[in-house]
Design a protein. Structure first.
Length: 88
């Protein structure tokens, strides 16, 4: 008995497109909260979606850029606050 549908090339592309969108959303959300977690997650999802051949390359690159920006924002706040985390 098979519980999942058999994989086909279209399913793989759809999954890669979903990862590209998820990386963009997580990167954007990471600018506001939990950037130490959401930034690297956005970078990994964007790289995986590009590696799988997404049709939404722009969204994947934006997610990767926002993930890097999350880490840069965290670094800047850590330098100004002189601690490992940042707060308002």
């Amino acid at each position: 008995m098979q519980l999942t549908a058999p994989a086909n090339p279209r399913t793989g592309i759809r999954d890669a497109d979903g990862m590209a969108v998820a990386s963009f959303v997580l990167g954007l959300l990471g600018l506001l909260v939990l950037n130490i977690v959401l930034g690297p997650t956005a970078i990994v999802l964007a790289a995986a979606s590009l590696w799988r051949g997404t049709t939404r390359k722009g969204r994947a690159y934006l997610g990767m850029g926002l993930g890097v920006a999350d880490l840069l924002v965290l670094l800047a706040f850590m330098q100004t606050d002189n601690s490992v985390s940042w707060s308002f």
